[in-house]
Design a binder for this molecule. Sequence first.
Ligand code: NDP
Length: 262
Amino acid sequence: MKLYAIIGNPVAHSKSPLIHNSAYKALGWSSTCYTRILLENEKDLKSKIFELGLAGANITVPYKEEAFRICDETDEMAAKIGAVNTIVVSGGKLKGYNTDAPGFIKAALGFSYESVLILGAGGTARALAFALQDKNVVIANRSAQKLDFFRNAGFKCATFDNIDGKFDLIVNSTSAGLKDDILPMNEQKLIKLLQNSSGAIDCIYGKTTPFLNIAKNCNVRTQDGANMLLEQAFFAFEYFFEGNHFDKAKVHNSMHVSIFVI
Ligand code: NDP
């Protein structure tokens, strides 16, 4: 039996077990299984992975930075971001990747943009900022403190109080709207920004957030985080089973069905 898992806190809401198990089922891999693990303390992350004999893991809030620290090796993108959401266990070593970054880029392929405003400065914003580095990117956040990381990495930054300008695409990577029905920033300011844009993506999935509702009212193209969820999971699957032969289209289709149909 090969065991994989999503590790985080909270983790009960995660669709990752459904997504990955759907792919195993579609491929007829009856001895591969994906579960969820609620971890209370980040210091236990590494020991938990080995204790359960996991072949790989996805790491979610709030442990992506700790996942980066415990890896023996990471790919270039994860090293830049300083956060890992996919760990492959091999020969007693942990190799870390960040699939949120390429997952977002693939999910946003339907949008046309050169300038992007990222709302939020958490782990997801870091992944998006580096993924979009070849565009004109501005990161805006509620509080100034978390912007230091981005400034030091050479990104343009602003707080919600002083953000202004014209952006083709606006991405909500804050958790405003996740468990509540609030906007990430002042409504009038957001409307002005959206009226000057052509697209809006919310990283939150499974609901139409107030951010997306306002964007729809401003007649811009909108998308929630479900496509990003799908694509990051598909990239993670490819890392987990690198070197194995499998039907990629079958995996992607079964993952798609598990997110958008089930
Ligand atoms: P973090 O906790 O690292 O960062 C949260 C960010 O949201 C911070 O910038 C914080 O600002 C801001 N924030 C929180 N509450 C509010 C609020 N009420 N108003 C304004 N800003 C607020 O989270 P992550 O970056 O890991 O995740 C962010 C979101 O992205 C989550 O909703 C998560 O579910 C989603 N996500 C979706 C994925 C997908 O595949 N679709 C993948 C990964 C994440 P401050 O610094 O001021 O506290």
